[in-house]
Design a protein around this ligand. Structure first.
Ligand code: PLP
Length: 453
């Protein structure tokens, strides 16, 4: 049987070569908790992906889900977009899978990033968003000669030690929300006290608290690092400009974590969307088109600290990695960016998200559910609340998170794939037909919810 006959048979029958049950039996033995990363859904709704197409995912037993996770925002063109497949196939056909050396796609991508990102005169590459954020902090420390950094409670900047502090609040999670700012709570065992002591935690959207913490630590803070839209929490209109002003007043660097917002909120990222330019920005996800690639963007004055010719100098910043500047990821990233640059892309993306926010709200209202459907740009948030949260304490305040999580799990049962309590992401493939099908499934989830709660 030829390979194409085999795959045709597989498509016609069971999508995977084994059943979901069989895959889980293996996964239970070889992966802790049969999981990947931090998420684990209850047994009745967890699934193993067979393939993605447009806005949909299919599991190995053949069930289709409408995907609103889009690989945690990565797949902004939808699954299996031909432009990405072509770019990667072309790259591979020329043997350019990986060189570990400067290569054409990565130089072209660097040029495109510098042209697009307001704060960028230069970029350095890594492989993950976590690395990019860790490098940005290291650069800030080298540039300012200070050790401490400030982050916001509830903000996620990756899995590295300086980020895994007060990422989660209470609510549906088990880590307590903090009350004695700026002392954070580690999200993981194994984070040294010395690291915890250098991370000051502030409440999001609270410029007074940020000022107080800065004044309590004069000349000690290298950088304030923030997401533009912090998970389910939109910024107050004056928040980002206020942060910029405080950083300027106290000679602190402002770092934006654009791993999600970069090339999603606008071609100029969250910094372009809000019109506030940081000193450094960390990018990931979309710039690799689904392959692993990340970057730190900023002025030459700071980025040159990572100049390999300066190795050995006191303020040299070590940036390295086997997969740095991987040509396959760079080719995919460039293909991605070419599509995003097409006229009308962001109007469509954000317009579809807005339609969904409004139409879903009508369904929640029809069912008398105390649920808010909201969000900015192509983010869609659904929480059991009557107003968007202002900070992590607000998110956790009323136990709303338990209901929100349970409702999200019901959505998954109905074939709407979301990560519980996480914002949802739109892609080019979320057209009107997908929206209508989604609304029918949301309505079905609401019917189940109201009869069981
Ligand atoms: C805002 C933000 N920063 C950083 C990261 C970490 O990126 P990565 O998972 O590529 O390490 C993520 C990942 O979801 C993120 O959402």
């Amino acid at each position: 049987m030829s390979q194409s006959d085999a795959s045709a048979e597989q498509e016609a029958g069971a999508p995977g070569t084994r059943s979901m049950k069989e895959y889980y039996e293996i996964a239970e033995q070889v992966l802790p908790g049969a999981g990947l990363a931090v998420y684990s859904n209850p047994d009745d709704i967890r699934f193993v992906v067979h393939k993605g197409e447009g806005a949909k995912l299919q599991d190995v037993d053949g069930k289709w889900y409408i995907d609103y996770s889009m690989a945690a925002s990565v797949n902004i063109l939808g699954h299996t977009h031909p432009a990405l497949a072509e770019a990667m196939t072309d790259q591979m056909s020329r043997g350019h899978l990986h060189f570990g050396n400067l290569n054409v796609p990565v130089i072209e991508l660097a040029k495109e990033l510098v042209d697009a990102i307001p704060c960028a005169e230069m970029v350095v590459f890594g492989s993950t968003g976590s690395e990019a954020n860790a490098y940005a902090l290291r650069m800030a420390r080298s540039f300012t000669g200070r050790d401490k950094v400030m982050k916001f409670e509830g903000a996620y900047h990756g899995a590295h030690d300086y980020s895994a502090i007060s990422t989660f609040g209470g609510g549906a999670t088990e880590t307590p929300h903090i009350t004695n700012f700026p002392h954070g709570v580690p999200d993981s065992a194994g984070i040294p006290q010395a690291v915890q002591d250098t991370v000051l935690v502030a409440p999001f959207n609270d410029l007074e608290a940020v000022r107080r913490i800065i004044e309590e630590h004069p000349n000690e803070i290298a950088a304030i690092t923030a997401e533009l839209v912090q998970r389910n929490i939109p910024p107050h209109p004056d928040f980002h400009q206020g942060l910029r002003d405080l950083c300027d007043e106290f000679d602190i660097l402002l770092i934006y974590d654009e791993v999600v917002s970069g090339f999603r909120m606008s071609y100029a990222g969250g910094q372009g969307y809000y019109g506030v330019t940081p000193d450094l920005a960390a990018y990931g996800k979309i710039i690799g088109g689904g392959a692993a690639l990340s970057a730190v963007a900023g002025p030459a004055e700071i980025l040159n600290h990572a100049n390999p010719r300066r190795r050995g100098e006191d303020d040299y910043v070590f940036v390295n990695g086997t997969h740095c500047g991987n040509p396959l990821a760079a080719a995919a990233g460039l293909a991605n960016l070419r599509e995003l640059k097409k006229p009308g892309f962001y109007d469509f993306l954000n317009g579809q998200a807005e339609k969904m926010r409004e139409e879903a709200q009508k369904i929640f209202d029809k069912h008398d559910m105390p649920v808010l459907s909201y969000g900015v740009a192509s983010f869609w948030n659904v929480l059991f609340r009557d107003a968007p949260p202002r900070n992590q304490a607000d998110m956790d305040a009323s136990g709303d998170m338990i209901a929100s999580k349970e409702f999200d799990l019901e959505l998954v049962r109905q074939g709407i794939y979301v990560l519980p309590i996480n914002r949802r992401y739109f892609s080019l493939a979320h057209d009107d037909e997908i929206l209508e099908e989604s609304l029918r499934r949301i309505d079905a989830a609401c019917r189940v919810w109201t009869t069981t709660h």
